[in-house]
Write a protein that binds this ligand. Structure first.
Ligand SMILES: [Zn+2]
Length: 384
């Protein structure tokens, strides 16, 4: 009996030892750096793609655009590798089927899968950290022509916008997806949308202005732009992306103008582009205007259209390069030879760059020609 009990004890001991050993093994495997996280992130991204496929059918290179803010929300970078492995597994292309937009660090991690063949869009939000899971999913038809077809369809989408069916990203997803579906959305403009995270007439105007500058004052060897984006609107993000005109490197200075100041300067001022040509030893302040009234008059939008219609119609009109020469769209308000000291003065807080250039007096009135200071060559002309 004693012997038997010893044997039993030994067996129990062995079982306990094995159990402890196994437990340690499991835990230590789990703690190998990257291993557990990788498995989880693969699972979540596989889930996201599978969930979208369940609603949309096949996701592939022909018809799909994925818009996502992956990488922006805090620690969402852990999903990047598994996201791209799911993406490339479906033969999709980075330049044709994807737009990774910038969002704030406290934004949710979201994905919009758009199918251009029928206009269906599956929006998915995920939560991650303690538990990785799909926290929200909805599929809507966002074909612009269908939504804007008549009063009833417009009211129906307005209601979905009001109920934030895509968690507040309705405008961004609708405009980017429909713009992309036309096949005419310039990829370099899409790169600006990555930073701007929505597609609006403001960012489109920046694209037109940037192109105007490059055409008229080419970015040749030794040439650089310093931008005074004043007054400010969505256009700035184009200059940041396209010319690496980041605020941190002193490439762009942004400030507002009052309505009175805009009125006094005239021609709907958009900004001052200082062109420094090191090879030629010259510095010119090119003052440009951009008139949205021209866009509104030509885009086909009606007065009582909701913003998502009028703005998208403006985007469509501005996407067409043929329209960029439209009379009065871009105006060259002035070109002024300046020097380094004037440029430094324009950058100082509290200085209005239009006042520094003599295009506005400190009281907000346009200076008379004899009141201009420090300016060699001032002339105004309409767009070349
Ligand atoms: Zn915008």
């Amino acid at each position: 009996m004693i012997r038997k009990s010893v044997l039993t004890n030994r067996k129990i001991k062995t079982i306990i030892t094995d159990f402890v050993f196994l437990t340690i093994l499991v835990f230590s495997l789990g703690s190998i750096p990257g291993m557990a996280a990788e498995t989880d992130s693969q699972d979540l991204m596989a889930q996201v793609f599978a969930a979208a496929e369940k609603d949309l059918g096949n996701i592939g290179p022909e018809d799909t655009l994925i818009i996502t803010d992956i990488g922006s929300p805090a620690e969402s970078y852990v999903f990047l590798d598994s996201f791209y492995s799911e993406f490339y597994e479906r033969d999709m292309k980075y330049t044709e089927n994807l737009l990774v937009v910038q969002n704030a660090r406290n934004a949710p991690l979201w994905f919009a899968f758009f199918n251009k063949s029928n206009g269906n869009c599956t929006f998915i939000e995920v939560s991650y950290g303690d538990e990785d899971e799909i926290s929200y999913q909805v599929t809507e038809n966002i074909d612009f022509d269908k939504l804007s077809k008549n009063k009833k369809s417009i009211a129906a989408w307005n209601e979905k916008v009001n109920s934030t069916v895509f968690d507040g990203r309705e405008f961004a997803i609708l405009t980017i997806s429909n713009g992309w579906a036309t096949g005419k959305l310039d990829y370099e403009l899409m790169q600006c949308l990555q930073l701007h995270n929505h597609f609006c007439p403001g960012v489109s105007s920046g694209f037109v202005l940037a192109d105007w500058m490059e055409e008229n004052y080419p970015l040749e060897e030794g040439v650089s732009y310093t931008v005074f984006s004043c007054p400010n609107w969505c256009k700035e993000d184009v200059f940041v992306k396209r010319w690496d005109a980041t605020p941190g490197k002193g490439g762009i200075f942004v400030s507002a103008l009052t309505d009175e100041e805009k009125e006094e300067i005239g021609n709907s001022p958009a900004g001052i582009f200082v062109v420094t040509n090191k090879s030629a030893g010259t510095m010119k302040a090119v003052v440009l205007g951009f008139d949205f009234d021209v866009v509104s008059a030509e885009s086909g939008a009606k007065k009582d259209d909701p913003a998502w219609i009028s703005k998208y119609l403006s985007d469509l009109w501005l996407m067409d390069r043929e329209n960029w020469d439209e009379e009065g769209l871009v105006t060259e308000i002035a070109v002024i030879d300046i020097d380094k000291d004037t440029l430094s003065e324009m950058k100082q807080a509290g200085n209005n760059p239009y006042v520094v250039l003599g295009l506005l007096n400190p009281e907000g009135n346009v200076r008379s020609s004899n009141g201009i200071r420090g300016i060699g060559n001032l002339f105004s002309k309409s767009k070349a």
